[in-house]
Design a protein around this ligand. Structure first.
Ligand code: NAP
Length: 469
């Protein structure tokens, strides 16, 4: 009865995905004063926070602390969390359309881009995404195996993810032991034999995608020298415009400074290379042996962008492990428009467009990486979500809804629907119980938290302590 009452008064919104963009959309919807709103936030995992939990490196606890802001959103009146509910499997878009006036897709970019080189699928060749998920205890990746028994590894790409992977491989495991790194990953890193890590940028230091703070942190590790070749750090003609950008300038100046430090005397080396592209991975007998790279020169393309051109000069790096860190990519969801070329949900200012990108899907919206592609820092998503919410409110005030809403009050509520369909959902208070257990388990070991990394363990502990939801 209460639900029927409220559905007449409130704009009912389903947000799919509980990473930063989903939480910022929920916050903007619940904090505005124009319309009463109820938000149900869905996630396919029992745990909220998306990449803040499963992507941000464990030694970046200050960044992870942004979850406190999301927790405050979860306390706002009108908010509900439905964890462990996957759109397209446990629930269809049509089920949402029967119960909500508007849907927001905040599904991120769940997969990664390929390099497109021979040998890419060899054993020992991995996506950085998988490695990041593995050391962060993400249920999808916790059973992946990474053979850390060779002396050298290569990481292709010089974005912030590549820097994270290099740092986790190089860092003293006893420093990581105090974080929320997955226990199995910590043990594997303690046994790791990797001493040389190549970080490979296909363009020059003025085009590196990492942030100045991240590269400086990598250059300040106690156990590894960050080594840069003088000839590769030099600024060429095609990079002069990029160098005008203050962030790029900081990056160039920093690596040029590193060239003066030489090899250093720390036990591990991170060899940051520029203007080299991966060409081929070789493996035999189930083991990866080498990564062939080609030297590039830079030219400026018709858009004024520095472009790498192969020179025909090759080099072979004797590595036992290759991580491609060349960017995330969106994955399609059944019933949701998706542009295969860009890997995004087609949209205009966050209003979803049909797959042919011509007609708007009224009532459907998108935020975050699914909207604009996999770029930007966590905070970038706040303004992005606020912009989409502005469109949603405009449409709601103009009475623009995509489907029949008159009989909402006749229909069962979402929790009833999920129970009827035997879908085990995790509420926010369930999550807070898991959160508490993780923190307490972590304390016993001197860690920030000890994460659950299996969905069955999470549901099992909830069922044993609080009964079924
Ligand atoms: P990214 O910033 O887009 O970097 C991708 C890198 O891969 C670039 O260096 C790119 O070079 C290179 N690349 C692409 N295709 C390639 C190819 N075929 N061969 C060789 N290199 C190739 O992506 P990301 O590192 O996955 O990061 C995603 C987003 O998350 C970024 O906005 C990042 O800042 C953010 N993030 C932030 C943090 C943090 O703040 N600590 C941590 C992790 C991630 P080109 O430039 O030449 O294309």
């Amino acid at each position: 009865m209460a639900d029927e009452e409220s559905s007449r008064k409130f704009l009912r919104v389903a947000v799919v995905g509980s990473g930063p963009s989903g939480f910022y959309a929920a916050e903007a919807l619940l904090k505005q004063k124009e319309i009463g709103v109820q938000v149900d936030l869905f996630d396919r995992l029992p745990t909220p926070y998306g990449l803040v939990r499963g992507g941000v490196a464990p030694d970046h606890q200050k960044i992870k602390a942004v979850a406190v802001v999301y927790e405050k959103t979860a306390q706002l009146p009108g908010f509900r969390f439905f964890g462990n509910i996957k759109l397209g499997e446990d629930l269809q878009v049509s089920d949402l359309k029967m119960r909500y006036h508007q849907i927001v897709y905040a599904v991120g970019a769940e997969t990664d881009r390929k390099m497109g080189i021979p040998g890419e699928d060899s054993p020992g060749s991995h996506s950085a995404t998988a490695f990041v998920g593995w050391y962060n205890g993400h249920p999808d990746y916790r059973d992946q195996k990474f053979d850390l028994s060779s002396d050298s590894a290569a990481i292709v790409g010089v974005g912030n993810v590549a820097i994270d992977v290099a740092r986790i491989l190089a860092e003293d495991p006893e420093i990581l032991a105090k974080t929320d790194i997955a226990d199995y990953a910590l043990e594997a890193l303690r046994r790791s034999k990797i001493r040389t890590i190549y970080l490979l940028g296909r363009r020059g230091p003025a085009q590196a995608a990492y942030s100045p703070a991240e590269i400086k942190e990598l250059g300040s590790l106690g156990v590894a020298d960050l080594v840069v070749r003088e000839d590769e750090a030099r600024l060429d003609d095609a990079s002069k415009t990029d160098y005008l950008d203050p962030e790029n300038k900081k990056n160039v100046d920093y690596v040029q400074g590193l060239t003066k430090m030489g090899e250093g005397n720390k036990p591990k080396k991170i060899r940051l290379r520029f203007c080299v592209s991966p060409v081929e991975i070789t493996a035999s007998g189930g083991k990866l042996h080498a990564l062939k790279i080609e030297r590039n020169r830079l030219t400026v393309d018709e858009n004024g962008r520095a472009k790498p051109i192969g020179t025909g000069q090759f080099e072979t790096l004797p590595v036992g492990l290759v991580f491609r860190s060349v960017g995330y990519r969106g994955a399609p969801i059944p019933g949701v428009p998706f542009d295969l070329k860009s890997g995004k949900i087609p949209n205009q200012e966050g209003r979803v467009l049909s797959a042919d990108s011509k007609s708007p899907c009224v009532g459907e919206y998108v935020v975050g990486w699914a909207k604009r592609g996999p770029s930007g820092l966590i905070g970038t998503n706040r303004a992005d979500s606020v912009a989409t919410v502005k469109c949603m409110l405009e449409d709601a005030l103009a009475g623009k809804f995509g489907w029949e809403t008159a009989s909402f009050d006749q229909r069962s509520s979402m929790d009833e629907f999920l129970r009827q369909n035997r879908r085990r959902f995790v509420s926010f208070s369930d999550w807070k119980k898991l959160d508490q257990i993780e923190i307490e388990e972590g304390k016993k070991k001197g860690k920030a938290r000890e994460k659950f990394s299996r969905v069955s363990d999470m549901l099992g502990i909830l069922d044993s302590t609080v009964g079924t939801a």
